[in-house]
Design a protein around this ligand. Structure first.
Ligand SMILES: [Zn+2]
Length: 710
């Protein structure tokens, strides 16, 4: 099997055969450290000491090739010549990655080869979280902290083997000990990550706190407010979220003042406590939720900010950019005292979108962040993050290339890449294939690659390391905005399924993750799709089922007649899911891989949910027609609706008795299970009530709990 990720330069000749053992490992390097020791231990586990085995020599190298991008830090040169293996590198991570490549090659190693390898993207990340960067721990299957922790350690080994070095672990907010045992668990996790060269990222706000409007236990941190004097004085307004065309500036008192050092220091204190307690060393720092930056945001600043930063310009040092630069300098300086390797990744205002941001808006974002980074004193610890951006709409220039001109200190991407819990919940999304449009980024964290998307992790590993030299598949990526978006959207929607991605690469990824037999079956499961490219669904909380975590409580409420128009489309989706889930489940029968049990169970629970949804929608339509057109109800209607209530409640009881309880306050991978079955029972009950009282909207309804951002 070919290695993942594909090495940057790989020439080989002669026959390939398995490397069955090593005779000796010679360490011609001064000192090793834990990372290299771990790599050697992993190699020794796989390859016994045999008298006729190969000799591996580790050497420091001054080869000029190490001047290439990221080569000195993470690159290596690995050569094999008739039983003599040489691994040359400059830094521990280079040696480690060379050893990881050798581990993969050992299965089938050419007689002679030369590999020169380095990553194009310095920090290459996947997300644990199901709800994009907002939270829900995907490895929490509701079977307890030790089991989740074990799965997360498998994730870290996957990262090590396939050269991913960033895990977005948790969100949103910096409250430590957010459940009993959290700090200690995170500390163990980050310790394992550190040895593997993996940064652990957590997300929260630097100001704004919009998500705190979602209610209890969604935002995991303190909501800071502007107060004069801080912390007990009167609330006051300063800058806030400005999201045109909405003319309002929102959240203006939510910790947004950039001139109050006492407020900033209090935020630093919460972050510091979190970092020290958990060992997390990378912060995804949302500052408000403004994807664009425009003058009204800055013109809304308070009197004190006006005095300190009198310039109304977004880009001036004594204006908006200077104020943000000073804020990040203070954050970084404050945190570095306790956590020397801390990396801050600010997101917004002005992270920009591929589609929504016009060229003019993007230019403002680029100019603003260019100015912020220019004014900063400690810019080496800050990497501003943008969304996936691709081409300018009019002149088709690649926006990441443009950012590279404006922000030479480095920038990154939170790549909402499909399967992200916001736009889609497809389980296999090879969208990282477009990384070459973003190759000037220093950091890319894909908003996918969760516990249920492990093959996607390896797609990300392949293309974030080597964006355009894959041995499996290289997309012919259109060089203009319109054609590119058509290509990209087809990849996201999984309607475009190149054989290179869905065939050999998916197959290889699954075999590496689960072994030959189970891997082949899981590759089939991740390929299953419906007539309109629906996928099997493993979690009750899912964009695919209109049951995403954000904004929607129940997709088709009986007391909201506007839902009616969506019924046919939703019924079709639920019915299709039952078919696809049944097919996927039957394929998984007999698969012994540790993930398979939960995947099977997830498919069964979602099937049950979707069957009930189909019955509920049918009842909804009949009752609605009775109310609107006087179409008589069939005999037995009430009994059939009663049965929906009873079946939903009975299944809910069964789920409760199954004993799965998430430690994640947001519910982990079993999020919304109880809630959705309850909502079906409740809404079916409302239909009965309406029919019995002859009132389309029944009285005595529960208050709606629609989640609002603010
Ligand atoms: Zn202010």
């Amino acid at each position: 099997m070919k290695p993942i990720p594909t090495p940057r330069e790989y020439t080989h000749s002669g026959e390939s055969r398995p490397l069955t053992g090593l005779r000796e490992i010679r360490m011609n390097i001064p000192e090793t450290g834990e990372t290299v020791k771990l790599g050697l231990a992993m190699l020794r586990d796989a390859l016994p000491v045999t008298p006729d085995g190969a000799v591996l020599t580790l050497v420091s190298s001054d080869d000029a090739w190490f001047a290439a991008r990221n080569a000195a830090e993470q690159g290596y040169i690995l050569t094999h010549d008739g039983g003599t293996l040489t691994l040359a590198a400059r830094q521990p991570m280079g040696f480690f990655y060379g050893l990881m490549t050798l581990l993969q090659l050992a299965e089938d190693m050419p007689e002679t080869f030369v590999i020169r390898d380095r990553p194009e993207i310095r920090w290459r990340g996947v997300m644990n979280t199901l709800w994009a960067e907002s939270g829900i721990m995907s490895y929490d299957f509701g079977d307890g902290l030790p089991a989740m922790e074990k799965r997360l350690s498998v994730l870290l080994n996957t990262c090590a083997r396939y050269k991913l070095n960033l895990v977005y672990a948790d969100a949103f907010g910096f409250r430590h000990e957010r459940f009993p045992g959290y700090d200690a668990f995170m500390k163990r996790f980050t310790d394992l990550a550190k040895i593997r060269g993996v940064r652990v990222m957590a997300g929260g706000y630097g100001m704004g706190y919009g998500q705190s409007g979602h209610g209890q236990n969604v935002f995991m941190g303190k909501v800071f407010r502007n107060r004069d004097p801080y912390p007990d004085g009167e609330l006051y307004d300063c800058i806030g979220t400005y999201d045109p065309p909405n003319p309002d500036i929102r959240g203006r008192s939510y910790g947004t003042c950039l001139s109050d050092n006492a407020l900033t220091d209090d935020k630093i204190d919460e972050m510091r406590q979190y970092l020290l307690a958990t060992g997390v060393n990378t912060l995804d720092l949302h500052n408000m939720d403004s994807d664009e930056i425009h003058e009204p945001l800055w013109l809304a600043r308070c009197e004190r900010c006006r005095k300190r930063y009198p310039n109304d310009s977004l880009y001036a040092e004594d204006g908006c950019a200077g104020a943000f630069a000073a804020f990040y300098d203070r954050l970084l300086t404050g945190l570095r005292e306790s956590v020397p390797d801390v990396l801050i990744c600010p997101v917004s205002p002005g992270y920009a979108y591929a589609v929504r941001s016009t060229d003019r808006t993007f230019e403002k974002c680029r100019r603003f962040w260019g100015a912020v980074m220019r004014y900063m004193k400690c810019r080496d610890g800050v990497i501003p993050l943008f969304r996936e951006l691709f081409h300018n709409h009019d002149d088709n220039r690649l926006r990441y290339d443009m950012l590279d001109e404006s922000i030479p200190s480095g920038f990154g991407s939170v790549f909402f890449s499909g399967g992200d819990g916001f736009y889609s919940d497809k389980y296999f999304v090879p969208s990282a294939v477009v990384t070459k449009t973003m190759e000037r980024a220093e950091l890319i964290v894909c908003a996918n690659g969760s516990a249920l998307q492990r093959p996607t992790q390896l797609m990300n590993a392949e293309y974030l390391w080597n964006p355009d030299g894959s041995a499996f598949y290289n997309a012919d990526i259109p060089d203009n905005y319109t054609d590119f978006m058509a290509f990209y959207n087809a990849i996201l929607a999984t309607t475009h399924r190149p054989e290179g991605l869905y065939g050999e690469l998916l197959e290889t990824a699954c075999r590496r993750l689960w072994g030959d037999t189970d891997g082949a079956v899981l590759a089939e499961v991740y390929r299953i799709h419906g007539a309109r490219y629906e996928c099997p669904v493993f979690t009750v909380c899912s964009v695919e089922l209109y049951t995403r975590r954000t904004r929607v409580t129940f997709p088709i409420r009986w007391d909201d007649p506007s839902a009616e128009e969506h019924l046919p489309q939703m019924r079709a989706r639920y019915a299709e899911t039952v078919t696809l889930n049944t097919a996927a489940r039957s394929r998984l029968f007999g698969v012994t891989a540790p993930d398979a049990e939960f995947l099977r169970e997830g498919l069964a629970v979602v099937s049950e949910l979707c069957q009930l949804m189909v019955r509920y929608i049918d009842a909804y339509r009949m009752a609605a027609e009775w109310f609107t057109a006087g179409v008589p109800l069939e005999g037995g209607f009430r009994e059939s609706v009663r049965a929906i209530v009873d079946d939903a409640e009975a299944y809910r009881k069964r789920l409760a008795e199954s004993g799965r309880t998430a430690v994640d306050p947001l519910g982990g991978a079993i999020a919304r299970r109880d809630e959705l079955f309850d909502l079906i029972a409740y809404n079916a009950g409302l239909i009965l009530q309406s029919v019995e009282t002859n009132m389309r909207i029944p009285e005595n309804r529960r208050p709606d709990v629609t989640r609002q951002w603010w």
